[in-house]
Design a protein around this ligand. Structure first.
Ligand code: SF4
Length: 460
């Protein structure tokens, strides 16, 4: 049977480099047509061929309409025909959104996946799962893991864009909009590709990582046939199954972050929590429009350490925010002395064009800001140095970043690349080791920022 392109198709890996063929049937209004065009464009960009016949296609996509009864009927009949003629069918479009996909599944439980309109990424994700694109090193313009600006052994994995918070010093929500989470299957697919391409550490980033999935109301999606909630806990847990370090960045301190710390205690993700706190004075936090209970924050930090004693806590703070009094600043210093955070970044407040904080009166002078910043950094440097010294004598696993004439430069789970310190193994020998290898070391010394170590060799 021949396919009508305007109405225009395995989970089994293909053995040859023959491009996969998709049959495509587009029903409905011009908006649906535009969705179809976007899907077809993406399919071709990824090297899929579009098949004009059911029998030559490896899989069929039906973009449905659900506006009136006749359109619903036509969509259901078309799905039925595609199932009968080909067998592997993915449904998308307006009818797919009806009853959150259940309407189509009740009529045709054999379909592989159902999505609603305007869901290019989820459609592609479903196609990748059931008909993975084959990487051809001779024809593909990009490597299997994509083009990366980071070294080959670590990569940033972006899970969402935008932010639902309204911190008064920040213009990200107005620039990038509200939170939009990527489909969980698409993220897991990308993570697997990166690890297969040699990545040993995935740095999970977004503007508000712990909020992942809120915008989708934690929608249930499918990955490799398994139902998964679009939620940070499920995402972190499944990423943790990969043979790579999973490091979570920019984690806003929501209550459910406690469940992520449990994953750290179970060594499913790296015991490293990057949780920007910004300040400790309730008055300043309120003006920043941030959670303003630093006593509670201290209790939570204590609880995190009880749950996961090996956790490394990183945070960032702003000093010299408008209206910050000497007393507010002292509260901040008292907080970091009690909290004993492992890693801290600090910035002197500077107005960002468009931020609501610009309307606040009583600016702190530039000189005072710099004085406070230096005092803050002096106090934190002492804390960090003391914490590093406590590690002398400990054994840990490190990931090698660089090998040169000065030695082997590596990082432990406590060190994120580019922002934290190194574990330096001063040796002239490379011991046959390579960048991206994990090795065990004993910590022998510490400076203010870095640790020094000796390799623990297997025959010792
Ligand atoms: S500072 Fe972070 S949490 Fe606050 S609005 Fe900006 S991106 Fe969102």
């Amino acid at each position: 049977m021949t396919l009508n392109m305007n109405k225009a198709i395995s989970s089994k890996p293909r053995k040859t480099a023959t491009p996969a063929k998709i049959g495509f049937i587009s029903l409905g209004c011009p908006k649906a047509t535009v969705d179809s065009e976007r899907i077809l464009t993406q399919l071709r960009a990824e090297g899929y061929l579009i098949s004009p016949s059911y029998h030559e296609a490896d899989l069929v996509v039906v973009n449905t309409c659900g506006f009136i009864d006749a359109a619903v009927e036509e969509s259901l009949t078309t799905i039925s025909e595609a199932l009968h003629e080909n067998g592997k069918v993915i449904v998308t479009g307006c009818l797919g959104a009806k009853q959150d996909g259940q309407f189509v599944l009740q009529h045709h439980p054999q379909v592989l996946a159902v999505t609603g309109p305007n869901e290019l990424e989820r459609v592609m994700d479903n196609i990748h799962q059931h008909l993975p694109p084959e990487h051809d090193p001779f024809l593909d313009l990009v490597p299997a893991g994509g083009i990366k600006l980071t070294p080959r052994h670590y990569a940033y994995l972006k899970i969402a864009e935008g932010c639902n918070q309204s911190c008064s010093f920040c213009i990200i929500p107005s620039m990038r909009g509200k939170l939009v989470s990527r489909p969980i299957g698409s993220i897991l697919d990308e993570a697997h590709q990166l690890v297969e391409a040699g990545v040993r550490e995935l740095l999970i980033v977004s503007q508000d990582t712990a909020a992942y999935g809120v915008d989708t109301k934690y929608r249930t999606d499918f990955w490799q046939g398994k139902p998964l909630k679009t939620r940070i806990f499920e995402l972190a847990k499944h990423l943790g199954e990969l043979p790579a370090w999973i490091r979570l960045h920019y984690v806003y301190p929501y209550p459910h972050v406690d469940t992520l710390v449990e994953l750290m205690a179970e060594q499913i993700v790296v015991p490293y929590l990057d949780v920007p706190l910004q300040h400790a004075s309730p008055t300043v936090l309120k003006a920043m429009r941030r959670p303003a209970d630093s006593e509670n924050m201290l209790r939570r930090i204590e609880q995190w350490r009880t749950t996961c004693p090996e956790i490394t806590l990183r945070s960032t703070f702003i000093v010299g925010f408008p209206n910050e009094t000497e007393q507010d600043f002292q509260q901040l210093l008292d907080f970091i002395k009690i909290a004993q955070l492992d890693r801290v970044g600090a910035f002197a407040y500077s107005a960002v064009e468009g931020a609501t904080a610009n309307q606040l009166p009583a600016l702190v002078s530039e000189t005072e800001k710099q004085t406070r910043l230096q005092e803050f950094m002096r106090v934190q440097a002492e804390i960090s140095a003391a914490k590093l010294k406590q590690k002398i004598g400990q054994h840990c696993i490190v990931l090698i970043d660089e090998i040169n004439e000065d030695g082997i430069f590596a990082r432990s789970t406590a060190d994120a690349p580019e922002i934290d310190g190194n574990v330096i193994i001063p040796t002239q020998e490379d011991w046959g080791l390579q960048i991206g290898d994990f090795v065990e070391v004993e910590i022998t010394d510490a400076s203010d920022h870095d640790l020094y170590a000796e390799l623990i060799l297997e025959d010792e």
